[in-house]
Structure formats: C-alpha cells, structure tokens
Design a protein around this ligand. Structure first.
Ligand SMILES: C[S@@+](CC[C@H](N)C(=O)[O-])C[C@H]1O[C@@H](n2cnc3c(N)ncnc32)[C@H](O)[C@@H]1O
Length: 264
C-alpha cells in the first residue's frame, strides 16, 4: 500500500510532464522545471492517499489464505513445472507502447533511471528498442503470425522491411517464449485468461487475439471461449502519424483457454 500511494502521489505531482500521449513522459529539460517538494509535504500527501486507498479496500472482502508476490519476466518464471492452476494476464499489445517509459516515474521511485539504464526497457515485451537478433532461418510462429510478418516485410512504406519488421519479430519472439514458459509451469487442465487488443500496422490488421489463440493451441492449449468488445479510446490513436492510415474498428478480447492433459 505504501508503494501504491507513493506512485500515485509522484504521478500527481509530475502531471505537467505528461503530454497528449499518456504513455510518453517528458523529462525535465532544465533544473528550474524540476519538481521540488518538501519532505513533510510529501509525507502528508502519501499518508492522505494511503487513507483513501485503505478506505476503498476496506469495503472489499478478501480470502484469508496467505499470498506471495513474486516478480519475474514471463519469459523466465521462477516456478516449478506443472505447478500453476490459473494464468490471468494481459500482455503488452503490438502497439509499440514502451512500458518502461510509461512507468518511468514509478521506476524512478524504485531507483531505476530508465534513460540511463536500458536493461529493463530493452527486455520488456513490446519495447521499441531492438535487441541483438536471434539467429534462425525460420520464424517459430504459426500461420497467422507468420502471415503478419510477411505482410509487414512487403509493405511499401519506409522502414517496414527494416525497423518495423525487426520490432514485430522481437515482439512475437517474446510472445511465443512467454507461451512456452506459461505452458511449462501450468498443470494439466489449468485455465488461462488473457486480455489482448487487436491493432493496425499502417493499414494491416494485427489480429493479436487470433495469434494468441493459435500460438497457445500449438503449445497444447484448448480454446474454450472468448468475449470481444469494441475499444473506443485508443492510446495509439493519440499519435497523429498513426492516424494517417485509415483504420477499422479495434477489438479487445478476453480469451479463455484450458491446458490439455499431457500423455502420461
Ligand atoms: C497491457 S499491459 C497490462 C496492464 C495491466 N493489465 C495493468 O492493469 O497494469 C502489459 C504489462 O506487461 C508488462 N510486461 C512487459 N513485458 C513483460 C514481461 N516480459 N514479463 C512480464 N510482464 C511484462 C508491462 O510492463 C505492462 O505492465
């Protein structure tokens, strides 16, 4: 709760650094634009916020079972094989949102300066930084993701066959690596619920829900159900360059899958 309130207060105090794109935070260009808050004022703000959040939480009922929170990358989970009953996740979408930049203020509170230390930023799924390319001849994806890669590679716009192709493959590599790891730790009959959003690369539809279902099925998951709803406010549409291409509707999908029984 302490961290939640600290993050909320820091966000509120640095609201001026948010631009029209809420996922991109500006940095102070000059000393005099830095936010300076007295310790006692900061303490008072954090305490008041804690009371507010605690008040909201007290109206909820909770299970009394002890919980542990472990932080790790979905590409390398510190969990035993076949030990998980439920996977509930919303991975980054293929929309080039850089979460380390979006959360740079929270990370600063935790002592990570994302503009100096690029390790975390480069490792996050969906990052706009390109890592050293894995060496392989063929992409390890199913038909839908492979077709998306083909369409982006052959798009006529600048950098489609260069930077954007690399960024898409890097994203898909992280997605399939995460599915591999989630499959390893999941028990037979485990349930996975995923929230994903489709998007567009230029005018090319990125059918992320279909890609996720196909990639999960290829790794032994059975499709159970999905629930689709239209997204009305798109973070990617605040980018004026992205508006140049006409887009269709974008859907958000809640996907439910079940891990098939492994042959014993
Ligand atoms: C679409 S957002 C989901 C947001 C979440 N539903 C929430 O309300 O905060 C994707 C999240 O995945 C995180 N992420 C990116 N790469 C990851 C990785 N390799 N392992 C685990 N989480 C990752 C991002 O930092 C971001 O918080």
């Amino acid at each position: 709760l302490g961290y939640v309130s600290l993050f909320r207060v820091v966000r509120a105090l640095t609201g001026n650094f948010e631009g029209s794109n809420p996922t991109w935070v500006r940095r102070a260009s000059k000393e005099d634009t830095l936010v300076d808050v007295e310790h006692s004022k900061l303490d008072a703000l954090v305490e008041a916020d804690q009371e507010l959040v605690a008040g909201r939480l007290s109206s909820e009922s909770y299970a009394t079972t002890p919980v542990s929170i472990v932080t790790a990358s979905s590409k390398k989970l510190p969990l035993a094989d076949q030990s998980v009953d439920l996977v509930l996740t919303s991975p980054p979408y293929l929309t080039r949102i850089d979460y380390a930049v979006a959360y740079s203020r929270e990370l600063a509170v935790l002592g990570i300066n994302v503009s100096q230390d690029r390790t975390l930023r480069a490792d996050l799924m969906g990052t706009t930084l390109i890592r050293a390319r894995r060496d392989h001849n063929e992409d390890p994806y199913g038909l839908i993701a492979t077709d998306l890669v083909r369409q982006i590679r052959s798009h006529s716009s600048k950098a489609s066959s260069g930077y954007y192709l690399k960024q898409t493959r890097q994203y898909l590599d992280d997605l399939v690596a995460s599915f591999e790891e989630i499959t390893r730790v999941s028990k037979d009959d485990a349930v996975m619920k995923l929230v994903v959003q489709d998007s567009y690369y230029k005018e090319i539809p990125v059918r992320l829900a279909d890609i996720c279902v196909e990639e999960a099925q290829r790794r032994g998951w059975e499709f159970i159900d999905w629930d689709k709803s239209e997204v009305t406010r798109l973070l990617t549409q605040v980018n004026t360059a992205a508006r140049a291409y006409s887009k269709g509707k974008v859907e958000e999908t809640v996907i439910v899958l079940r891990r098939k029984r492994r042959d014993r």
